[in-house]
Design a protein around this ligand. Structure first.
Ligand SMILES: [Fe+2]
Length: 196
């Protein structure tokens, strides 16, 4: 069941107007650099996920939701691109973009309950991913700008998960199962992106 549309996420974003941090990458522990590469991949996938919606559905609410959230994810990606020069990014970005388009396009094609369930599941997982990164950065590399970026992105992802869950609070089990697969693959993707 669909409830009234949420406020546009772009207006709620915690990264609006934020400038990129400028950490000394060579001074960061390798583990933190790997985490930054994984998050750059995650934001690349997020933009591609919402890109994948456009050709997969004509549902106006889904299209509006995707366009609004894409603006926020694009801002996240630009911030991580500013932190991480091309030579430190994943070598598999073309694959990550393709996988993101599938992750958005397939559920959008199946229908709004599938799309919102996948977004709610994946964004909630990303919330936890950023929480673990924030904890790690506080312990290993407490750069204030980096922590601010991670915390702001985390808040945005929480808002996205909430928006999606509100639009379809009781998805069918098939949609929940698809979301579970997407969450599992997100975990696998992050593990790979830390290294490649
Ligand atoms: Fe994001």
């Amino acid at each position: 069941m669909q409830s009234p549309a949420p406020a546009p996420a772009a207006q709620q974003s915690d990264t609006t107007g934020m400038g990129p941090p400028n950490p000394d990458l060579s001074a960061l522990p390798p583990r933190i650099r790997r985490e930054l590469r994984a998050s750059h991949v995650g934001e690349t996938v997020a933009v591609a996920l919402y890109d994948g919606v456009a050709g997969a559905t004509s549902d106006p609410e889904v299209l509006r939701f995707a366009a609004s959230h894409r603006r926020v994810e694009r801002r996240h990606l630009r911030l991580f691109e500013a932190v991480l020069p091309p030579e430190r990014r994943s070598a598999l970005l073309a694959f990550w973009r393709w996988s993101g388009r599938v992750m958005g396009g397939l559920p959008a094609w199946l229908g709004p309950p599938y799309f919102y369930a996948v977004v709610a599941g994946v964004e909630a997982w990303v919330d936890g991913h950023y929480a673990r990164q924030i904890d790690l950065a506080r312990r290993l590399a407490p750069d204030p700008g980096l922590l601010t970026l991670l915390e702001a992105c985390r808040l945005d992802e929480r808002l996205h998960a909430r928006d999606a869950a509100r639009l379809d609070p009781a998805p069918p089990w098939t949609a929940r199962a698809l979301a579970g697969v997407a969450v599992f693959l997100s975990g696998v993707g992050v593990r790979v992106a830390r290294w490649v």
